[in-house]
Design a protein around this ligand. Structure first.
Ligand code: FAD
Length: 116
């Protein structure tokens, strides 16, 4: 468990990255313009080539070949991303996340008010 100001290991990098990606989904429009859809596709494509855990990135590119990215609206992208994250969870032996709860986790916060 290295000190906070050390370079990230694969786990810390992963947690930070999922936070960014799910937050992008949470703020993506319900009705994105053509340009916004292009931007998201290009961002995720670049991401899958640049992610600085190279074996992770390679597997993620393979995943994206089989399950084509959905950028048509917030919920479609959010669910696609949740499924993509679940495929990594399964690979690592972690439990699957219930994708019906992705917005509660990353956008609106828990219904019990503890995130308010
Ligand atoms: P994380 O998986 O980082 O998740 C963070 C939080 O997101 C969880 O606490 C939970 O609240 C929430 N969450 C969990 N699942 C979902 C979901 N499906 N949808 C929405 N929210 C969810 N690590 C490797 O060792 N090998 C790899 O090949 C690998 N590939 C990766 C590929 C990508 C694209 C990314 C971004 C990361 C990858 N990682 C990989 C890192 C790995 O996914 C985890 O981030 C890391 O193991 C830390 O896990 P964690 O248990 O802290 O939770």
């Amino acid at each position: 468990n290295p000190s906070k100001d050390c370079p990230p290991d694969v786990e810390e990098l992963g947690r930070s990255t999922w936070t960014l990606l799910h937050s992008v989904a949470a703020t993506y429009p319900d009705k994105p313009t053509q340009k916004q859809q292009e931007n998201l596709s290009q961002f995720m494509n670049s991401f899958s080539n640049l992610y600085p855990c190279f074996h992770c990135a390679e597997d993620f590119r393979e995943y994206m070949k089989k399950d084509k990215i959905k950028v048509t609206n917030r919920d479609e992208f959010g669910k696609w991303l949740c499924n993509a994250h679940n495929s990594v969870n399964v690979k690592l032996g972690k439990p699957k996340f219930d994708c019906n709860l992705w917005k509660e986790r990353w956008k609106d916060g828990s219904k019990d008010g503890r995130c308010d």
